[in-house]
Ligand binder design. Structure first.
Ligand SMILES: NC(=O)c1ccc[n+]([C@@H]2O[C@H](COP(=O)([O-])OP(=O)(O)OC[C@H]3O[C@@H](n4cnc5c(N)ncnc54)[C@H](O)[C@@H]3O)[C@@H](O)[C@H]2O)c1
Length: 290
């Protein structure tokens, strides 16, 4: 299969490339080769290439910076996927796109989780621009998969696990937010979900796609330390306390990022637990150091 990967230098893209490499013809581009905000360039490139699949891993992912950069974030997260969808439709390509739990309000009671069709009411610039991207795709093509993920980490980028591991080995204690709930998601497991979806030809549409199980950043940190024998003490703090302590301003964080994977399960797609994903990630990260 001919597969175009956009945003190919990113964290998730690294895993997607690896997963699809065998037996497929991969064309990997990042902003230098194919700027997804350039409608004409995208159209010309894709209608000439005619890939069977386009996997869009390009995005503006700096959630806090986005608050002051609406225009640029919206160009990349909103116009970009819209351009890809228009070109995909003309070229007869199927489009795979990655979105986020930030399209929801994040204020749902934490005893519940978000279903794909729940009300969208993003409260951050990042979330609003990602929702624009989803809408642009839906309006312009029928043959698409949108996978909404959250709390993503992988070996190809800076991530929470790396940061906490470093802090845990240099400090005696750390304060970590305990009132945000979600599913840490290993980029390799997300790329595997995408792979299974394509292989099984599941129905087109939107799917929640994170690792299984729910936790908090606090409990996630405790697990990161336990798995590596790190003795650092972890103190739970609320989001409000954290902002106060660190003297930072940041985009509003969703307190509830929990997304149900029922729809993926119904399509026969297996999704590993987040603790299992973390163990395999730590193993991979260790092997890369040696
Ligand atoms: N990181 C997370 O916690 C998280 C959570 C939810 C959803 N997501 C989504 O997952 C996807 C992958 O995220 P990631 O963390 O791997 O991203 P990343 O920031 O590691 O990579 C994004 C890539 O997009 C490229 N890019 C930026 N502008 C471009 C343009 N105009 N044209 C082409 N390429 C461009 C960048 O150069 C970079 O290589 C994104 O859609 C993101 O919104 C991420």
């Amino acid at each position: 299969m001919k597969i175009l990967i956009t945003g190919a230098n990113g964290m998730l893209a690294k895993e997607v490339r690896e997963k699809f490499e065998k037996g497929n013809d991969i064309i990997a581009t990042d902003v230098a080769e194919l700027d997804i905000t350039n409608e004409k360039m995208v159209y010309d490139f894709i209608t000439k290439l005619k890939p069977e699949y386009i996997i869009n891993c390009a995005a503006y992912t700096a959630v806090d910076k986005a608050e002051d950069n609406y225009e640029l974030a919206d160009k990349i997260n909103g116009d970009g996927p819209t351009n890809l969808a228009k070109a995909a439709k003309s070229a007869g390509s199927k489009l795979v796109h990655i979105s986020t739990d930030y399209v929801f309000g994040g204020d749902l009671d934490v005893s519940k989780d978000y279903k794909e069709d729940d009300e969208k009411k993003p409260v951050t610039v990042y979330g609003k621009t990602k929702l624009h991207g989803e809408e642009g795709i839906i309006a312009n093509t029928e043959d698409y998969y949108i996978f909404r993920t959250a709390w993503l980490y992988g070996v190809g980028g800076n991530n929470f696990v790396k940061t906490m591991t470093k802090l845990g080995t240099t400090r005696e204690e750390v304060n970590v937010v305990s009132d945000q709930h979600g599913s840490p998601t290993y980029a390799k497991d997300l790329s595997n979900i995408i792979y299974q979806a394509i292989e099984k030809k599941i129905p087109y549409g939107i799917y929640n796609a994170t690792n299984e199980g729910y936790t908090t950043w606090y409990d996630f940190t405790k697990q990161i330390f336990a798995d590596q024998g790190i003795k650092c003490k972890v103190n739970p703090v609320t989001t409000e306390e954290y902002i106060e302590m660190m003297k930072i301003t940041q985009a509003k964080r969703p307190l509830n990022s929990q997304m149900s994977k029922e729809k993926l399960h119904e399509c026969g797609i297996s999704v590993p637990d987040w603790k299992d994903g973390l163990k395999r990630y730590l193993e991979e990260a260790k092997n890369m150091e040696n």
